[in-house]
Design a protein around this ligand. Structure first.
Ligand SMILES: C[S@@+](CC[C@H](N)C(=O)[O-])C[C@H]1O[C@@H](n2cnc3c(N)ncnc32)[C@H](O)[C@@H]1O
Length: 471
């Protein structure tokens, strides 16, 4: 059962609760030989003062206060070089041992991130003892990127930050730049990937190839369910993404096990039988000849190794009946589907791939000679409902608003027109179709604004695996 956690600012009378959670954490750390806070730092008068000033948060599971943290708007000690107003800073994150496990910490971090965003700060930052790998891993799992290490007096800390904004790459010319926003960090349930790792015996994997790696989202995520020490090589057609992926891996402290290089899925720059697992995510949907890429992935995989791909049916999303579309007329819905399908057919005709290839990947695997082909559906559902407080819901809202503001439908207006015409759509009909598509997105944003919007997104995203037979 998932723990329901509510986070809010601590009230003045709750200062003793804050003190007791911090003390419990301090005693636990001391018993483990990693003392962190001195008694002076946890003096009730100081904490009461900070609680009165609104600096402390409390996390509740039902009636029970289970976690706390201190949120500040400046931190000259651990971030002396930071510009004023660019970040909020989280300290003293502490969770009761009875609620340990990461859920409470994640809820506190989500709340603090949303709060920092609301204040117009670009980052939420924190620091922790650089010698505590589990704590560092927890922050990384929550999407914090390693920034740097620093010695401050007796403390040797690792500094982390998470951007409060959505997509650092939007508007760039490279392939898929519009789709590398932070919503991409929420595509998979970790437990599902752990289950997949067991089902497909990832314990035997040491060398992974991530084809069409982009800025590294998929390879970095998969690595978290691979054996420690697994090496991940990424290859992408865009040199800029290779550079970005390299920088992101380094910033996340993963530099040593990750390497990225330019290359094409249809001509992989590797010898036969090089990898235990060859994979890609949302790449085959962009290729004119996905069978050729699968055959290349098979070639570079060692005998007995795995080819694993994650590819969607994107058209399925256009029949999503959320709080907005369930009221639309049948004609309007059918026109929206017709528009998207026409564009998808055009994209395919232009040699830019079939956006809804997902349903046919297993058949392509078999035709390319893969054995023991198995398919699962990604079990992630993105549930959006008021008051949109989770980080994922916040990112969804932000992306929806940003795209409407930039008249970005599923693609930019220029790309949509190109695809529509190539798919057999008539030039004179385009504006009306595009306006209908945008209006549907605007209604979602309107619903987010007045807190009436709700819907469940997801489904139609397949994970397909096959093995290379012995030679
Ligand atoms: C939608 S992105 C997916 C990125 C990454 N797999 C992920 O899930 O985060 C598609 C990626 O495929 C790359 N790509 C497109 N065509 C390619 C090709 N023929 N060979 C190699 N990479 C390609 C693009 O540059 C882009 O980075």
């Amino acid at each position: 059962m998932t723990l329901a956690v509510e986070v809010r600012r601590a009230r003045s009378e709750e200062a003793p609760l804050v003190v007791s959670i911090l003390r419990e954490a301090a005693v636990w750390l001391e018993q483990r030989g990693v003392p962190l806070w001195s008694d002076g730092e946890l003096a009730p008068e100081t904490i009461r003062h900070d609680v009165d000033e609104g600096h402390y948060l409390l996390a509740f599971s039902g009636e029970l206060a289970v976690g706390t943290a201190r949120l500040a708007l400046e931190d000259a000690l651990f971030w002396p070089e930071a510009a004023a107003d660019e970040a909020a800073y989280l300290h003293r994150l502490a969770v009761r041992r009875s609620s340990a496990g990461g859920v409470v910490s994640a809820a506190i971090l989500d709340w603090a991130l949303a709060h920092a965003a609301g204040l117009g700060r670009r980052f939420l930052r924190l620091d922790c003892d650089a010698e505590r790998p589990e704590l560092r891993a927890l922050y990384e799992r929550c999407g914090f990127a390693f920034h740097s290490e620093l010695t401050v007096g007796p403390y040797f800390v690792a500094r982390y930050q998470k951007a409060t904004s959505g997509n650092a790459f939007k508007g760039r010319a490279e392939h898929s730049a519009e789709y590398f926003g932070s919503t991409r960090d929420h595509w998979w349930n970790r437990e599902f990937l752990e289950l997949i790792a067991k089902r497909w015996r990832f314990e035997a994997v040491r060398e992974v190839l991530d084809v069409g790696c982009g800025v590294g989202h998929w390879g970095m995520l998969l690595a978290t369910v691979m054996p420690v020490g697994t090496r991940v090589t990424g290859v992408d057609r865009e040199p800029q993404w290779v550079e970005q992926a390299t920088a992101r891996a380094r910033a996340g402290g993963r530099g040593g096990l990750f390497s990225f290089r330019p290359g094409e899925a249809e001509r992989l720059p590797f010898a036969d039988d090089s990898f235990d697992l060859t994979t890609c995510q949302t790449v085959l949907i962009h290729l004119p000849d996905p069978a050729r890429a699968i055959s290349e992935m098979l070639r570079v995989t060692r005998p007995g190794g795995l080819v694993v791909v994650a590819e969607p049916n994107n058209l399925a999303e256009s029949l999503l009946l959320d709080s907005v579309t369930h009221r639309a007329s049948i004609d309007e819905l059918v026109e929206l589907v017709r528009f998207q399908l026409t564009c998808e057919r055009g994209k395919l005709a232009l040699g830019e791939g079939d956006n809804s290839l997902g349903n046919r990947v297993a058949g392509l695997f078999v035709s390319q000679g893969l054995e023991r082909v198995e398919v699962y559906v990604n079990d992630k559902a993105t549930a959006i409902f008021p008051p949109y407080e989770t980080e994922e819901q916040r990112q969804f809202s932000e992306e929806a608003r940003d795209r409407v503001a930039r008249r970005f439908w599923n693609w930019s207006e220029a790309d949509t027109r190109r695809f529509f015409l190539a798919g057999g759509g008539a030039e004179h009909a385009f504006d009306a179709h595009f306006a209908r598509g945008l209006a549907a997105r605007e209604r979602i944003v309107g619903g987010l604004d007045d807190r009436s919007y709700h819907g469940i997104h997801g489904g139609g995203f397949y994970l397909v695996a096959g093995r290379k037979g012995p030679t």
